[in-house]
Design a protein around this ligand. Structure first.
Ligand SMILES: Nc1ncnc2c1ncn2[C@@H]1O[C@H](COP(=O)(O)OP(=O)(O)OP(=O)(O)O)[C@@H](O)[C@H]1O
Ligand SMILES: [Mg+2]
Length: 259
């Protein structure tokens, strides 16, 4: 079930380095939110802080709040593993378990969550997830083959199938189409449009047309200079960002004048 995310006063550190400063933003359920901005401004860092993946690095920490439907994800007693189950992530480079079969890649998380799941239930969920990721017809006759035998675009859709198999509430996607050809890119965009009926989706992209095509809201991150923290400069409906942004820096960025 899609949930809303409310981030307030978030600072994100790598050791003593403040990488992202003072982000306050609300992410609406059942919609796609796009994050854009120049390289190094902290988009990936921000994304990883939403599902508590950031803190797996030694010395990495956050200050501030990330609230999902009223629950503070950084509150006492909250299990980060639980948070990561509820908030799935798809990375820029597809990262299937290469020697594992296509089937097992999708089933892995389901087995972990439910040790007693029956073979027939698992079969059903694996099929549903692969259909959801628009991959089923391409792989249904080779589910037992290793995932490494798939094309890059297929592997990315496999990772999406793996992420949606456990029915997360929120799906974070870090440049999911950056390594893909235009056809696979459009397939992934179509897929996002379908998935937003059920999930809250946040996508990082360097592709302005893609942000304009798929998202309802867009956030522009920027950085004042090397060593400075990234900041969320503007957050507005996508249509406004691309036609009449509030900030000059946003306009300069989207019209390609820098970044
Ligand atoms: N593991 C890390 N340890 C220390 N600093 C890091 C680490 N990962 C990222 N950073 C720094 O944090 C800042 C933000 O990086 P981040 O990867 O979030 O940027 P980004 O906006 O995703 O860039 P890109 O568009 O190139 O992917 C950068 O200054 C980067 O060097
Ligand atoms: Mg990044």
């Amino acid at each position: 079930m899609a949930k809303r995310i409310d981030v307030s006063d978030l600072n994100i550190y790598y050791g003593s380095f403040l990488a992202v400063q003072d982000v306050t933003v609300s992410i609406e359920p059942r919609s796609v939110t796009a994050l854009i901005g120049p390289s190094g401004c902290g988009k990936s860092t921000f994304l990883r802080s939403i599902n508590r993946m950031h803190e797996v690095l030694p010395g990495a920490r956050v200050e501030g709040k990330v609230i999902m439907d009223g629950q503070d994800l950084y509150g006492p007693g909250v299990d980060p593993v639980d948070v990561r189950r509820q908030i799935g992530m798809v990375f820029q480079r597809p990262n299937p378990f290469p020697t594992m079969s296509i089937y097992d890649n999708v089933a892995a998380g389901l087995r972990l969550n439910n040790k007693k799941i029956s073979k027939s239930d698992l079969d059903g969920l694996v099929e549903r997830s692969l259909r959801g990721a628009n991959l089923w017809t391409e792989v249904k006759d080779r589910l037992g083959r290793p995932a490494s035998g798939l094309s890059g675009g297929q592997q990315q859709r496999l990772c999406i199938a793996r992420a949606i198999a456990v029915e997360p509430d929120v799906l974070l996607m870090d440049e999911p189409a950056s390594a893909l050809d235009p056809i696979s890119t459009l397939a992934i965009e179509d897929l996002m449009t379908e998935l937003k009926e059920r999930f809250t989706i946040v996508i990082v992209t360097h592709n302005m047309q893609q942000a304009a095509r798929v998202s309802e809201q867009t956030g522009f991150f920027n950085i004042a200079g090397a060593g400075q923290p990234g900041r969320l400069i503007e957050f507005n409906p996508t249509e406004k960002i691309f036609s009449n942004p509030d900030q000059k820096a946003t306009e300069d960025y989207i019209s390609g004048r820098f970044g």
